[in-house]
Design a binder for this molecule. Structure first.
Ligand code: HAX
Length: 443
């Protein structure tokens, strides 16, 4: 059967000839073309990245290793007494494409325990920051602080660097990061919002359950954490956080440098910060428009139009790739609908009403390619319901989950020896000339 690392080594070994063959025999085969729109418009839809870990279909949504969200939740071994898989089993699945056995999950849980120790200097660095620093700044700083112990950087500096085995050191750092990041996130939560009253790791719990424990949450929240981290893990390679992590790592920067950079991208309001913005928008809507009255679709429409007229986007709606409601939104909505208190929660009702109104309003603008909600449209409601009311922390939760996808991807990047990323830029004058000529002459 072998350990996770041994199984991964075999899979990487088997995969390498496929990449070599493609480059050698079919390297010049054309798979896409680039228009001026795409060059100016954020490289949208240009097929120039490769990953086998997840694939995002515009209509269907995400598939992790070929499985959609319900299939993924169904297939993976569940945490004891829970309907949700452990994050550790999902990590095994993301890395290898295999559904782990119960024994393999137990081994992975046990291995993460050995990697959870966060050096004191990381906590000291965080305590030295102003307490009103954004928690995403804290998470990114913690990632950088950990860099000094990077096993990949150590290997690179050892003078024995070797392209064939380099992935093993990325894997070691990647495992350390996914095991430690929930511990750091919990520390930041307690530091910022609970007067630095920290809670020790419970060594008997899986990652999601332990995170719930460390932020002082209830039993039910253990499944929320498991679900949330899995849903936010990966969305193929082109999104800002995954792409940034991949880009930075392509220069052989170690996983700590790479993921700190990825987190900085996740902290943007058009990306991961949207989950914080959704809550902010919804609470302000209730405060401003619903003084003493129940929310109505008409009030929501008025508030949405105010936001648009102020030149702002509706957070939690739209997507660069998806062209339908995000299945990650649906999955969280279903969680709300099956959770008795949440189903009748006032905030959930407002968010459901926004779901009815916002797509119509956005569609009417005539320019929004996807008027449907994305993952961030729903996630804050669940957190709020469980008492995690500090919504500037929500992107940190996203960052804990996203580490799984980013770390699995760069482990494979190194395993397959992908090149340093370096697309070519052009000037405006060049575009103007090619526009006048009806296209660039390709010799
Ligand atoms: N509200 C208002 N306008 C929107 C909009 C929204 N939610 N979504 C798109 N638009 C506008 C764009 O701003 C753009 O307007 P201009 O031409 O005037 O610049 C136009 O519609 C066309 O944009 P698009 O092609 O449909 O969308 P993009 O691929 O350019 O952008 C975004 C995708 C996700 C950035 C965009 O939909 C957006 O800003 N959404 C709100 C923020 C948000 O929820 N972000 C989280 C996305 C999911 C994610 O990454 N989570 O981490």
């Amino acid at each position: 059967m072998g350990t996770l690392k041994e199984i991964l080594a075999q899979k990487i070994q088997e995969h390498r000839p496929r990449i070599t063959k493609l480059v050698k025999e079919s390297g010049k085969v054309i798979i896409d073309q680039v228009t001026i729109d795409q060059c100016i418009g954020g490289a949208r839809d240009i097929r120039s990245l490769i990953t086998d870990i997840s694939y995002l279909d515009p209509q269907e949504g995400i598939r992790f290793r070929g499985k959609n969200i319900p299939e993924t939740f169904e297939a993976l071994p569940k945490a004891a007494g829970s309907g949700y898989p452990t994050v550790e089993s999902f990590w095994f699945f993301l890395l290898t494409g295999d559904v782990p056995t119960d024994a393999q999950v137990a081994d992975t849980v046990a291995e993460w325990k050995t990697r959870q120790v966060v050096p004191q200097y990381v906590f000291d660095s965080l305590r030295a920051l102003p307490r009103d620093s954004h928690p995403m700044v804290m998470l990114s700083v913690a990632m950088l602080a950990l860099q000094k112990d990077s096993k990949f950087a150590g290997f690179y500096n050892s003078g024995k660097f070797n392209k064939m085995t380099a992935w093993e050191y990325v894997y070691e750092d990647a495992c350390d990061i996914v095991a430690r990041i929930p511990i750091i996130a919990a520390f930041i939560y307690n530091l910022k919002y609970r007067d630095d009253k920290q809670i020790d790791i419970d060594p008997t719990l899986d990652m999601g359950a332990n995170f719930a424990h460390m932020i002082g949450q209830c039993e039910e929240y253990k499944d929320v954490a498991r679900m949330y981290f899995i849903l936010h893990s990966d969305h193929e390679s082109g999104n800002v956080s995954a792409h940034t992590t991949h880009l930075v790592h392509s220069a052989l920067s170690d996983p700590y440098y790479s993921y700190s950079a990825g987190l900085n991208g996740l902290a943007g309001p058009l990306h991961g910060l949207a989950n914080q913005e959704v809550l902010d928008w919804t609470l302000k809507f209730q405060e401003k428009y619903c003084k003493g009255i129940d929310p109505t679709p008409e009030l929501i429409e008025a508030a949405l139009l105010d936001t648009l007229n102020a030149g702002q986007v509706i957070p939690g709606y739209g997507h660069a790739v998806l062209r339908k409601t995000d299945p990650r939104y649906i999955s969280q909505r279903e969680f709300c609908l099956k959770t008795p208190g949440l189903k009748d929660d006032a905030l959930f009702k407002v968010v459901s009403m926004i779901f009815e109104v916002a797509p119509v309003v956005l569609e009417r603008l005539g320019k929004v390619k996807n008027p449907w909600p994305n993952v961030d449209g729903q996630s804050g409601v669940i957190q709020m319901y469980y008492g995690l009311t500090e919504f500037d922390f929500y992107t940190v939760l996203f960052g804990v989950g996203r580490a799984l996808g980013c770390m699995a991807n760069i482990t494979w990047d190194r395993g397959l020896g992908y090149a340093i990323e370096r697309p070519k830029s052009v000037t405006t004058a060049m575009l103007e000339k090619w526009a006048a000529d009806g296209g660039r002459q390709l010799s």
